[in-house]
Write a protein that binds this ligand. Structure first.
Ligand SMILES: [Zn+2]
Length: 183
C-alpha cells in the first residue's frame, strides 16, 4: 500500500523503470496491471512501448476514474504518462491506496519550457517514494534537467523527435538565444 512516482524528462527511461518494477512484482506473485491515458497512442493503442522497444499490454483509459473498476483483479497499478490524465487521477489513486493497492506512476515532471506539470508535482508531494531519473544533456553530457523543444507549440504535443534533453546550464544558453520568439 504505497505510491511511487517515477519522474524526469524524456529519454530518462521512465517507462523502462516502470516495466522493470512491474516485472519484479509479478515475479513476487502480484497481479500487475498496466495503464495509460488514451490520449497517448503514439506507439500503440494497447501497449506501453519503451524507447528500447520493450512492450507490455496496457489498458488505455479515457478517464482516470476508470482505474477504480480494476480493483478486484489488480494488486499493483502501473500507470504511464500520468501527466496526461485528468484531475480525477487524484481521487482514483486515493481510492486504490485505501484499498491497500500498490500504485506506481511514471510521468514527465516539466514541459519543454521548464514549467512543472501539475498532476505529476502534486503526486510527487504525496508519494512515499519519488524516483527522479535523468537523461544525458545532448550538448555537454551532464545530467539533463529538461526536455527542450526549439519551436513554439502545444504543451501536450507528443512524439519525442523534436525534443532535446538539456542540463539547466545548456537550457539557459539556448533559451537566451531565442528568448524573444518563444519565452
Ligand atoms: Zn549541458
Amino acid at each position: 500500500m504505497m505510491l511511487t512516482v517515477i519522474t524526469g524528462g524524456m529519454f530518462a527511461e521512465k517507462s523502462t523503470e516502470l516495466l522493470r518494477r512491474g516485472r519484479r512484482l509479478k515475479r513476487a506473485g502480484k497481479e500487475v496491471g498496466y495503464f495509460k491515458p488514451s490520449f497517448d497512442n503514439r506507439y500503440s493503442e494497447n501497449e506501453i512501448v519503451t524507447h528500447n522497444n520493450e512492450r507490455v499490454p496496457a489498458y488505455s483509459l479515457d478517464q482516470a476514474l476508470t482505474l477504480k473498476s480494476f480493483d478486484w483483479i489488480v494488486d499493483v497499478f502501473l500507470i504511464d504518462e500520468v501527466q496526461f490524465f485528468d484531475k480525477s487521477i487524484h481521487s482514483a489513486i486515493d481510492y486504490l491506496l485505501e484499498q491497500g493497492k500498490t500504485v506506481i506512476v511514471a510521468g514527465l515532471d516539466m514541459d519543454y519550457r521548464g514549467h512543472s506539470f501539475g498532476i505529476t508535482s502534486e503526486l510527487m508531494a504525496i508519494a512515499e517514494e519519488v524516483v527522479k531519473l535523468k537523461a544525458v544533456c545532448a550538448e555537454c553530457g551532464s545530467d539533463a534537467w529538461v526536455s527542450f523543444k526549439e519551436e513554439n507549440g502545444q504543451r501536450l504535443q507528443l512524439g519525442t523527435n523534436e525534443y532535446t534533453p538539456l542540463c539547466r546550464k545548456c537550457f539557459n544558453i539556448r533559451r537566451r538565444a531565442i528568448e524573444d520568439e518563444v519565452f
